[in-house]
Design a binder for this molecule. Structure first.
Ligand SMILES: [Zn+2]
Length: 478
């Protein structure tokens, strides 16, 4: 909002109310979406690290233009369709080691609260009823567009916008409630979940109202931090502010955090350009930790380009950091021959203290994960060097604890890979065969259930063509 870096102070001491815009569940989330989710997770982890009591809410948009359109295209009831992609989103979170939020409310669970919210905006004269729905009147909101730096005097606002997404050039009154089309009503008769009764006719909410309603219900009138992708600044976040501040008369968000979108080989990723890279495609080739490292390697507000070279480089760097964990594990199992604290020990302890302070300073400075990773490499190098001679085990253990603490703050190697024996291999193959059978029978719910259950025990399936590969990603190292 101020376009400056400001000192963070929560509304209530020690507590942080954090809201991040979640996915619209009309397809598998792509690697661009996950830059935003990983960055929000990094923010949450750092607040956790600093001892804040964080309540984090991430919404799931399960009713909007796109979910209606694509579920119809797929010939599936919208409820099952959106549930399938909600599961896919949650699976992605687990695979990328994203700490679960306090709740993932869905838009369709909040219809009564939305009706109430819209009625209050109407009562205040900030909205009006049109033939196809209820609209927010942006002319009645003097601060409209401030977040995106738009000058409202320069834009025409006599038009109305029924679509959920539109360009910055088209600042227009936006839909709070959309009356169902004849087509939607017919569909709703067969498979309910598309249209709800309201004082303004049967219909469904616009996209923007859901975040204003859920944040208020779960976090109160004022949020400490609202995060989301930069593409949401306008119209989505702009409209959230207008709705919420008009209703409550209070500041809606104290700090905005916007995450730069991910590029693919220097271009914006889009299905039409044919440069779409799926999440599973990346995970079939690289470990989840390498993938997460790639996201963290660049500050969240800076451009990040997905290329094979960048991924290979991230993989190499991640492996170097993980190798130090292997070295420490081996050292801690070796015989205790060094019982002294000599110059070598003291040198390592001093280095750990110095670099530890630098790590915290980097992360405190607007989550500078790029610098934080550089510092972790310095720590890793110092530990490796120390371990070339028989270590004092007490010192090695202290190094281990500190190193793990920093890795955990970034969400790296929390679940370390482990080997698998013959029986495990056979069991996993059996599970994959069962899943493929369910898929053949088009029982995708059961097929997904098997895949998700395997994820929770650390087995990742990656489909490429008709083949299913698998690997063990995590084995709790505790
Ligand atoms: Zn939102």
């Amino acid at each position: 909002m101020t376009r400056t870096k400001r000192l963070f102070e929560p509304l209530l001491p020690g507590k942080v109310k954090l809201y991040a815009c979640g996915p619209t569940v009309y397809g598998d989330p792509h690697i661009g979406n996950f830059r935003s989710f990983v960055s929000a997770d990094l923010l949450r982890r750092w607040l956790d690290y600093r001892g804040y009591d964080v309540t984090m809410i991430v919404n799931v948009t399960d009713i909007d233009d796109k979910t209606i359109r694509d579920s119809a295209k797929a010939g599936e009831p919208i409820k099952g369709f959106t549930q399938k992609y909600t599961r896919s989103f949650l699976r992605g979170l687990d695979l990328l080691n994203i700490r679960r939020a306090s709740a993932y409310p869905r838009a369709t669970e909040y219809i009564p609260q939305m009706l109430d919210f819209i009625q209050q905006l109407l009562d205040k004269g900030a909205a009006y009823v049109a033939e196809d729905g209820v609209y927010f009147d942006i002319d009645k909101n003097p601060n409209y567009g401030h977040l995106s730096g738009m000058d409202l005097k320069q834009v025409q606002t006599t038009e109305r916008m029924a679509k959920d997404e539109y360009d910055k050039e088209n600042a227009q009154d936006f839909a709070l409630w959309k009356k169902s089309t004849v087509e939607e009503l017919e569909r709703n008769n067969i498979e309910p979940g598309l249209s709800w009764d309201s004082p303004w006719g049967k219909g469904r909410p616009g996209w923007h109202i859901e975040c204003s309603v859920m944040t208020r219900d779960l976090l109160g009138d004022t949020l400490d931090i609202h995060a989301g992708g930069e593409d949401l600044v306008f119209p989505h976040h702009t409209n959230e502010i207008a709705q919420s501040e008009t209703l409550t008369g209070k500041q809606f968000v104290r700090y905005w955090v916007h995450i730069r979108h991910l590029m693919i080989n220097g271009k914006k990723m889009s299905k039409s350009l044919g440069n779409y890279v799926s999440f599973d495609e990346v995970l079939a080739r690289y470990s989840a930790d390498s993938f997460r490292y790639f996201y963290l390697s660049t500050h969240y507000r800076r451009p990040l380009d997905y290329t094979d070279d960048a991924m290979k480089s991230a993989e190499g760097s991640a492996k170097r950091l993980e190798n130090t964990l292997d070295l420490i594990d081996a050292a801690l199992k070796s015989p205790d021959s060094n019982l002294d604290i000599n110059q070598r020990e003291q040198k390592l302890l001093n280095e750990l203290e110095k670099q530890g302070t630098a790590f915290e300073e980097a992360m405190d400075d607007d989550l500078d994960s790029h610098t934080a990773l550089d510092i972790l490499h310095a720590i890793s190098g110092a530990i490796n060097e120390y371990l070339t001679d028989p270590p004092n085990k007490g010192v090695a253990l202290r190094a281990h604890i500190l190193y793990k603490k920093f890795l955990n703050a970034l969400g790296l190697f929390e679940k370390r890979s482990g080997g698998s024996d013959d029986l495990t291999n056979k069991l996993i193959k059996t599970m994959i065969e069962m899943r493929n059978q369910f898929r053949k029978e088009k029982n995708y719910a059961k097929a997904d259930e098997i895949r998700n259950k395997l994820v929770t025990i650390g087995v990742i399936l990656a489909d490429s063509g008709s083949e299913t590969n698998w690997k063990i990603e995590k084995q709790k190292s505790s």
